[in-house]
Write a protein that binds this ligand. Structure first.
Ligand code: MN
Length: 274
């Protein structure tokens, strides 16, 4: 039987869409998970708007700010949805929710547990610690921890970020932080939508708090969690096709627009303060 290949050590690339009063800067963030940068990787993606500048270089990773799910340890359990499967019908149909939670999230959970089954020394460590320390793990579990551990964590924080009922808009400290980072809520919404639509293939767009406490808009590919680069997710949208295809098919823009109708701004405010 062939030994699984180690994860290619890669730069974790993502765009940071930041800026004030609508003057957004597109920044390329070298990977905090590796601490590496290299010019070739930096050239992988063209600048679509704004100016590319390097941002962030550290590997600091604060376990104390771990989001829901992050402190979970083996054996990992599928968290319940915090609402009925049909509660988000203003944006997402019940069947999509059932499949997304009951099969996809359950699948990440099962595969993460299977990958760690023969590594007792990893079973007692919090998931966020494994993700932050990915390249120090045994090579044959790195891919599984990144893909399935990331998938487990991303979905654990994603479900509570949505709720049924009138979504409204952010208030209080979160509203002030958004205005401070982006100039206005409307500009934030534009930038966030751009980021969600700009994810090539499968991945996520996030409003996240960086190490300085400032809000940033971040894209992460596949199931890489923002935590692995030192970000605390405040709000995020899953733009894998499995999140929207039944109702929207290829129309990701319609999904993103509707998704704003089910944002749980109260949870986002709690995440900012976490
Ligand atoms: Mn998903």
């Amino acid at each position: 039987m062939k030994t699984p290949s180690p994860v290619p050590r890669r730069n974790f690339l993502r765009y940071l869409l930041t800026g004030t009063a609508g003057a957004a800067t597109l920044a390329l963030l070298p990977g905090c998970a590796t601490g590496d940068t290299d010019a070739q990787a930096n050239g992988d993606r063209p600048a679509e708007t704004g100016t590319i500048v390097p941002a962030g270089s550290g590997t600091s990773f604060d376990l104390a700010v771990a989001a829901p799910g992050a402190s979970a340890v083996y054996p990992y359990a599928l968290p319940d949805l915090p609402y009925a499967a049909d509660a988000l019908d203003a944006a997402i149909d019940a069947e999509t929710m059932q499949i997304h939670h009951g099969r996809h999230h359950q699948g990440y959970t099962n595969k993460l547990n299977a990958a760690l089954e023969s590594y007792p020394e990893l079973q007692t460590r919090p998931l966020i610690d494994l993700l932050a320390d990915l390249y120090a793990l045994p090579e044959d579990v790195q891919t599984a921890v990144l893909n399935n551990g990331g998938g487990y964590l991303n979905h654990a924080v994603f479900w509570p970020m949505m709720a049924s009922g009138e979504s409204g808009s952010p208030t209080g400290t979160l509203s002030e932080a958004i205005d401070s980072a982006f100039g206005s809520y409307d500009t934030f919404k534009e930038r966030f939508t751009e980021a969600a639509l700009g994810v090539f293939g499968s991945g996520w767009a996030w409003l996240a708090r960086d190490e300085t406490g400032a809000l940033q808009i971040v894209q992460t590919p596949e199931q890489e969690p923002p935590h692995a680069s030192g970000f605390v997710p405040v709000l995020g949208i899953d733009v894998w096709e499995h999140a929207y295809y039944l109702r929207y098919q290829n129309r990701r823009a319609d999904y993103v627009e509707s998704w704003f109708n089910v944002v749980n701004w109260d949870q986002a405010a709690r995440n900012l303060d976490a």
